[in-house]
Design a protein. Structure first.
Lengths: 474, 97
């Protein structure tokens, strides 16, 4: 049993004066301290959180409306720029960086009364599927300390499952919200590309990056999304939000057309996981969903497309870490050239270096057409196959990951094997559609995630179906 | 099948402004080659008639009025982040000999 009520109930009680924001923050901070051996948290924002909580309690006493998330503590992945603690992206090169402004998502949550209490661990710059690429520490899976929590938002997912806060924020470039949600047993929501502003979030691959919540329930995910969604002048890739609230989740599975993704149910899927997923789909069918099989023949190519497009964009985005304007600089460099290359040598971890060099290769003269342009064209093929699928079904369903959480160290010396963990999550980022992972049972006491997808901007419909499905799987 | 050479890795490192140790060169030589071999499965995919996608929601140019907006960030807040400054400017190593 969680120590936290549903988010909307917490906010209602705080607004009514029946719960104190100060006590909620103290409870979150105490749990973070109590569970610190899981290494989910890089730093707390305790001082700022306590001040904000006190001012929220005071506002309630004065009869003011505080907001939809009044007094609700949350944890931000440490690639969100926040006040109250450094923003490091779990990288040595950003160690010591005090953000001069906050991410739009953080600002919007604060305006709605939510309180950031801590910054969560991640694979440095969100490059990874296990948090083992963090330059600081590896987060432990809440269900088995010898296993990874998934990544890159592994600290955020573990924090929610460890009950440190009612919700956490993650970023998802190729599965970084959904995969750790699956490995830890949380709900992880990846919205439509552009629905949530990325201003003030450390950029990884800009045509793929999205922001989303990790929560205990679909309803909580909708409550957080509803506050964050919408256009932002500071991020020109943002799109219009739904006029109806994302919390207005309605309907059951009766008559819903759901396609089972054939390529994700292949022999590569762990048989025990497959059994859980098939059982979940059977329950959806019994609840009235019209289940069919859908095939998208190019889907097995998505990971190859991703590992060209993503490093290409990473190599561009990480060029800003040059040691001249902010963050770490090598104090011993004797000229500008050396300052660049030594700063980056010392400041970047192995995975960042790998991706920068792969990206540089696929973008370089003579290779651009064969790699980058080809990948972006196969991406078009993927988009078309998804569009065709959504002509026949309203939702797609399958597993989130090919297996349950793996052992710490298991894939550490084989980057390609690590990349294969993302094989069922990357396509949605390439296509820009929303997707969610919800808990669907366990294999040897390790959680399994069920992944649901919908067409772009059908976020509310997807959350509705996910909620109806979640109720069947409890 | 792409098999990078040590010179390829050193060139990539130079283009990426990354200094590498000898061990790193050997390690990356193997790892980058294996990733490139994996992604080469795209080589034979038929994409006749298709154009590349770089933006997925169909937005084109997003314009706004060219007016200064105050986001509460002062010049000093940004300069304070820099390793070295002088006279309100970033100070870098000499770049012209």
């Amino acid at each position: 049993m969680s120590q936290w009520l549903p988010i909307a109930e917490i906010a209602a009680k705080v607004q009514a004066g029946n719960l104190s924001a100060v006590e909620l923050v103290e409870k979150a901070l105490a749990t973070i301290e109590d569970k610190k051996d899981f290494e989910a948290i890089i730093a707390t924002t305790a001082e700022r959180a306590r001040e904000r909580a006190a001012s929220i309690d005071a506002a309630v006493k004065n009869g003011q409306q505080v907001g939809a998330l009044a007094g609700v503590p949350f944890i931000a992945k440490d690639n969100f720029l926040t006040f109250g603690a450094q923003t490091t992206a779990a990288s040595n090169i950003l160690k010591g960086f005090d953000a001069p402004y906050q991410a739009t998502a953080i600002q919007k949550l604060e305006e709605a009364g939510a309180i950031c209490v801590a910054k969560a661990n991640l694979d440095a710059f969100a490059h990874g599927s296990s948090t083992e690429n963090s330059d600081f520490m590896t987060t432990k899976n809440p269900h088995d300390k010898t296993r990874v929590p998934g990544g890159s938002s592994g600290g955020s997912a573990a924090a929610v499952v460890l009950d440190m806060a009612p919700f956490a924020l993650g970023t998802d470039t190729g599965g970084s919200i959904r995969l750790p949600a699956s490995f830890c047993g949380a709900v992880g929501y990846k919205p439509t590309y552009g629905l949530v502003s990325r201003s003030g979030v450390v950029a990884m691959a800009s045509s793929l990056d999205v922001i989303g919540p990790l929560t205990r329930s679909v309803e909580d995910a909708a409550a957080v999304l509803d506050v964050m969604a919408g256009r932002d002048q500071l991020d020109s890739t943002t799109i219009e939000r739904d006029q109806t609230a994302y919390t207005d989740l309605s309907g059951d599975l009766q008559g819903k057309k759901v396609g089972v993704i054939k390529e994700y149910m292949s022999d590569d899927l762990d048989p025990a996981v497959k059994q859980q997923i098939e059982a979940a789909i059977e329950k959806m069918k019994q609840a009235g969903a019209e289940i069919t099989e859908v095939s998208m023949p190019s889907l097995p190519l998505a990971l190859a497309v991703y590992y060209i497009v993503c490093p290409a964009e990473v190599s561009s985005n990480l060029s800003r870490y040059d040691g001249q304007r902010f963050a770490f600089t090598d104090p011993n460099a004797t000229n500008l050239e050396e300052s660049y290359s030594n700063t980056r040598k010392i400041g970047f971890g192995k995975e960042a270096k790998r991706r920068i060099m792969i990206g540089t290769y696929v973008l370089s003269s003579g290779y651009y057409d064969a790699y980058y342009r080809k990948a972006q064209t196969v991406r078009t093929k993927l988009i078309q196959e998804f569009a065709t699928a959504f002509e026949h079904v309203d939702f797609l369903v399958g597993p989130t990951a090919p297996g349950p959480a793996f052992k710490i160290g298991q894939n550490a010396h084989d980057p390609l094997q690590m990349y294969l963990t993302d094989i069922m999550t990357v396509a949605t980022n390439l296509v820009g559609i929303p997707a969610i992972s919800i808990p669907a049972g366990a294999v040897d006491e390790l959680p399994v995630g069920l992944q649901l997808m919908a067409a772009q901007q059908h976020d509310r419909a997807l959350l509705s179906v996910a909620k109806a499905t979640e109720e069947l799987l409890v | 099948m792409t098999q990078l050479t040590r010179d390829d890795v050193l060139k990539l490192a130079r283009l990426s402004r990354l200094a590498l140790t000898d061990e790193e060169v050997d390690e990356f030589l193997e790892e980058l080659s294996s990733v490139l071999q994996y992604v080469e499965q795209l080589t034979d995919v038929d994409v006749a008639g298709l154009t590349p996608t770089s933006q997925v929601t169909g937005l084109t140019n997003v314009m706004r009025d060219d007016t200064v907006q105050d986001y509460g960030i002062a010049r000093d807040d940004l300069l304070r982040l820099a390793p070295a400054t002088q006279d309100d400017q970033l100070k870098v190593k000499r770049m012209i000999g």
